[in-house]
Design a binder for this molecule. Structure first.
Ligand code: M6R
Length: 365
């Protein structure tokens, strides 16, 4: 059942090229138009919408953060992203001009469902992004986008996350085009790049030796920090969650610019810092952050785009992702973080697929 793999998690990591393809292909027709059959949002509906609220838990929340970036960037609609368990505590401002997007792999998460019900009661149009056909969240939503990742068994979410990212990009691009907030040229450029992702992820998965070696050296850390700026920060959060939930190492992700405001106090000799530096316009700032933590003794693993080798002068080790558009890097940059977390957990002898205290689907609030 694990198809020759030692754990479901690593099997599912390897299934990502296929999952991405199956989520992408049926949505793009021969004219390069995005066809979202299950989403009945018309141009008129979109015209009315003045705000998007994305709500989810855990990994799905991290996909929602990238969704916020994509929708604001491409469709120019203000977006709020909230953790589902917190959403109801602030009497959120939601009305019939709000598009509410619930992201949930299982479609059964109690907090996400409760938030969805509240938004619906307030008149919002509800769109679910889920991986399970017929799940409760899919049944209660007005529109559904299915991520075709296939069943995800490991508690740690991997292929669900990358397909959720693709879902968010497709939704944002189709909104942007319909609203006229992006040019057809830009739209085609981004969509064409997205179509190369199954192949690019495949390439990333081919060589895991460096990450395995790193894991074998770095499995004894007590604290790990993930730093990044912009969407790199969102991916850092996902990398950190992956590591802590399966390896039981304390880890924390922070926006790199926040380091100086407190967290840098915890960096000492040997502390592992994973620094994401995939964004061209933020690259120099990340180099400075890497130097800052290095000066305090950190061991830095940097993730950068192929060709940006300058980073090797500052970091201890550089992991490269295939070159791509900056807007789309999360789908690629999360892959080495998933693999690193996996091999660290294996090196620690952890029960990778079934971490202690965790359930695959959290059906209580
Ligand atoms: O099924 P959902 O997407 O609603 O689940 C949300 C979280 O419980 C889930 O992503 C959790 O954080 C994972 N264990 C992360 O790997």
């Amino acid at each position: 059942e694990k198809g020759g793999y030692q754990h479901f998690m690593i099997k599912e990591i390897h299934e990502q090229p296929k999952a991405l393809k199956e989520t992408l292909s049926p949505r793009i027709n021969k004219d390069n138009d995005i066809v979202l059959d299950d989403i009945k949002l018309t141009e008129e509906d979109l015209e009315k919408i003045n705000k998007v609220v994305i709500v989810a838990c855990g990994t799905a929340y991290h996909a929602g953060l990238v969704g916020r970036f994509a929708i604001e960037k491409f469709a120019k609609i203000p977006v709020e992203t909230d953790v589902a368990s917190e959403f109801r505590y602030r009497d959120p401002f939601v009305d019939d001009k709000t598009l509410f997007i619930a992201v949930s792999q299982s479609g059964e998460t109690a907090d996400t469902l409760a938030a969805l019900r509240e938004a619906k009661e307030k008149g919002a149009r509800v769109l679910a992004v889920t991986n399970v056909v017929g799940s409760r969240i899919s049944r209660e939503a007005d529109d559904v986008f299915y991520t075709w990742a296939g069943p995800e068994i490991a508690v740690a979410s991997t292929k669900a996350y990358t397909t959720q990212l693709v879902a968010m990009y497709l939704i944002a691009l189709s909104m942007g085009l319909k609203k006229g907030t992006m040019t057809r040229e830009k739209y085609d450029q981004i969509l064409n790049e997205l179509k190369t992702f199954p192949e690019k992820v495949e390439k990333l998965l081919q060589n895991q030796q460096l990450l395995q070696e790193l894991a074998d050296k770095q499995f004894n850390n007590q604290n790990v920090f993930y730093i990044g700026r912009g969407i790199d920060d969102h991916v850092g959060r996902e990398g950190s969650l992956k590591l802590k939930e399966i390896s039981y190492i304390h880890s924390e992700a922070i926006a790199a610019g926040e380091l100086k405001h407190g967290t840098i106090a915890l960096i000492e000799d040997g502390t592992l810092v994973v620094a994401l530096a995939t964004q061209d316009h933020l690259y120099d700032k990340m180099l400075s952050n890497i130097k800052e933590v290095k000066a305090r003794g950190a061991y830095v693993i940097a993730v950068a785009k192929e060709g940006n080798t300058e980073i090797e002068k500052s970091a201890d080790i550089a992991i490269y992702i295939p070159n791509t558009l900056d807007e789309l890097t999360p789908v690629l940059s999360v892959i080495p973080l998933q693999i690193l977390a996996y091999y660290i957990a294996v090196a620690r002898g952890c029960d990778v697929d079934k971490p202690k205290n965790l359930a695959k689907s959290v059906t209580v609030e």
